[in-house]
Design a protein around this ligand. Structure first.
Ligand code: KG4
Ligand code: ZN
Length: 342
């Protein structure tokens, strides 16, 4: 079966076609980063309006790239939550009305399920069970994944998400939006050892995280350094490197602890922060020492995209976990939605 999938939960419009037998056929993405950059963050109303503009042209592109017509589609998937309500409603209403008019099933997908199954788009594909480290702008969670739809929360952030810590610190350092990639780039020119930053909850004996104190620590170090008679030339780069090192150290330590606690040997990393090169390198080295393996989605599927939504739906369909009755008139979105309820 060929599934057309839509992602519109935040500031990326993504559309993709995935076949349950042949895998990803085509995908297309429009990122709103440039539009929101002027405001230093996502403006929800602008995000919704832009999804409206992009979704149909992207759909046409995907169908053309894959050599498909609407008659080839067997089901339509969309991100039903969590995310921005208005933005979610665009993808949901397009998917649902298309499904209704074509008399096809519409499959609502949890955005984080999309992220955590996305490393299975790569070769080699991680087999179940595995531990998933979900690190995005809104979430930081460690999950035990026994199969599609079988997710157990092991630990999560008590305050800011890892991506949020990157973004907020980047803002303090005068970097643009989104902060994560900008901070990672600046960090390459810095020395992570020169400025000491805390590793929050590193020794807490739980698998929970806390990142909100990090930005305050960075702000204090920045103010102290700027008050000195001579300001170090590389101050901003050193702070960027120290911040990245602190976040990565905690993520690696907690992921390792999750593997030890569950006795599993596979770690899957998903979400935007999974694109971070230092995190990838440090996890690969640390896990090799433990005889465990780290799996990452292809870089283009780390941040939000339509492929992960169509792919999650395909895996649900293949296992008989999706309702395949044709879509009715009513639908809903879930701006707040716990993955454990899926
Ligand atoms: O998964 P995602 O695209 O959107 C959400 O669902 O939140 O994640 C976006 C987050 C942002 O906080 C962004 O700064 C961060 O991922 N990010 C990175 C990198 N690329 C994206 N953080 C650190 N290093 C990167 N290379
Ligand atoms: Zn995401």
């Amino acid at each position: 079966m060929i599934i057309l999938g839509f992602e519109s939960s935040c500031d990326e419009t993504g559309v993709a076609a995935v076949c349950t037998e042949r895998g990803l056929l085509a995908h297309s993405l429009h990122t709103q980063v440039a539009m929101h950059a002027a405001y230093g963050g996502v403006v929800p109303e602008l995000a919704s309006r832009d999804h409206v503009r992009r979704v149909i042209p992207l759909t046409r592109q995907v169908l053309a790239q894959a050599g498909l017509t609407l008659n080839d589609i067997g089901a339509i998937a969309y991100t039903a939550g969590p995310g921005l309500a208005g933005a979610l409603l665009v993808g949901a209403s397009v998917a649902q009305s298309m499904a209704w008019s074509l008399e096809l099933p519409a499959i609502p997908i949890h955005h984080l399920e999309g992220h955590l199954l996305s490393p299975r788009l790569a070769t080699p594909c991680p087999e179940f069970p595995f531990v998933a480290l979900l690190v995005s702008g809104g979430h930081t969670q460690l999950m035990r994944v026994d199969d599609v739809g079988q997710y157990t929360l092991l630990g999560e952030t008590l305050d800011d998400a890892a991506g949020e810590a990157f973004d907020k610190t980047a803002k303090l350092l005068g970097l643009g939006y989104p902060g994560g990639p900008a901070l990672a780039t600046l960090a390459q020119q810095g020395d992570a050892q020169r400025i000491a930053l805390p590793r929050p909850m590193l020794h807490s004996h739980t698998l929970d995280f806390s990142f909100s104190g990090l930005k305050t620590a960075v702000l204090t170090r920045l103010r102290d350094a700027l008050a000195q008679p001579v300001v170090a030339e590389n101050l901003h780069a050193d702070l960027a490197a120290a911040t990245q090192a602190a976040i990565v150290d905690v993520l690696v330590a907690k992921s390792t602890a999750a593997l030890e606690q569950t006795g599993l040997k596979r770690l899957v990393v998903a979400g935007g922060v999974g694109a971070n090169q230092r995190l990838r390198e440090k996890l690969a080295v640390t896990l090799r020492r433990l005889n465990a393996e780290a799996f990452f989605p292809p870089l283009e599927f780390c941040t939000d995209n339509g492929a992960m939504i169509a792919f999650a739906a395909a895996q649900r369909v293949s296992r008989g976990l999706a309702d395949l009755t044709p879509s009715g008139h009513g639908f809903n979105v879930f701006p707040r939605w716990d993955l454990a309820q899926v």
